[in-house]
Design a binder for this molecule. Structure first.
Ligand SMILES: [Zn+2]
Length: 248
């Protein structure tokens, strides 16, 4: 049986499917993988969270980088992979998508906010680090356009930062808890486009497998967890999952 048909049968047989998505599903929408060779993080040293807090210049540099890549992010739209998962969510067969991505494309494909568990936050908006009030990026950009002035929370005066989890910033507790609960409830756990190298996020497929779920890894390249998996498909994400789900 072709591997994609095998995946299709596993999906048809499962009752509680959880997807775990990484950069690979979004590169097919034109979003660069920051960690890949030639990616932004191989050219620039990441700004760690402590540095961001301590230094106004680090905050300015962070916003400069953000606005340099902003248009690429804004132009990206969901692809066949996102749409196939949205279909499974709409059918009530996929209670959660756990994602390492920060691009908001699962929500853009029609998946409700409460079904998308973002382990590394979201870069399509900003938030106050103290009171968590949300700010849109256009608001930040207008302020920053005036001599690179730094945005401050209008409610409490706190530092405003993109709603992502930076290097050195603690993981979001609520999201980690939700991801754990979803993982433990899954009978089929499908990794899509993650190289499974960034922990603690990459611990979830291991947890799923240890808990008795079937584990599938769909990724362009092999991963360190392939030997744990019931099925490994090294191929394009969008065409693979959409064929397995039976949507275009
Ligand atoms: Zn605030």
């Amino acid at each position: 049986m072709a591997k994609v048909d095998e995946l299709g049968r596993m999906i048809a047989d499962a009752e509680n499917i959880v997807a775990f998505t990484g950069a690979g599903i979004s590169t097919e929408s034109g979003i660069p993988d920051f960690r890949s060779p030639g990616g932004i993080w191989t050219k620039y040293r990441p700004i760690e969270f402590g540095e961001f807090l301590a230094s106004a210049e680090a905050r300015r540099e962070s916003w400069r980088r953000k606005f340099a890549t902003h248009e690429t992010m804004q132009k990206a739209t969901p692809n066949a992979g996102h749409r196939a998962l949205a279909r499974l969510v709409a059918q009530g067969r996929m209670p959660a998508i756990v994602t390492q991505n920060i691009d908001g494309l699962h929500q853009a494909s029609g998946v409700p906010d409460d079904k998308v568990i973002e382990l590394h936050g979201n870069t399509t908006y900003a938030a106050c680090l103290d009171c968590r009030r949300r700010y849109e990026l256009d608001w930040v950009r207008e302020i920053f356009a005036i001599d690179e002035r730094l945005p401050l929370c209008t409610a409490c005066g706190g530092i405003v930062k993109t709603a992502t989890i930076s290097f050195g910033q603690s993981m979001p507790e609520a999201a980690m808890q939700q991801a754990q609960e979803a993982t433990l409830a899954a009978d089929l756990f499908i990794v899509l486009g993650s190289s499974l190298v960034v922990y603690p996020a990459a611990g979830f497929p291991i947890l799923a497998k240890r808990n008795g779920s079937r584990l599938v890894i769909v990724n362009r390249d092999p991963t360190d967890q392939d030997e744990l998996a019931d099925l490994v498909i090294n191929a394009e994400i969008g065409s693979t999952i959409s064929r397995a789900v039976g949507v275009n």
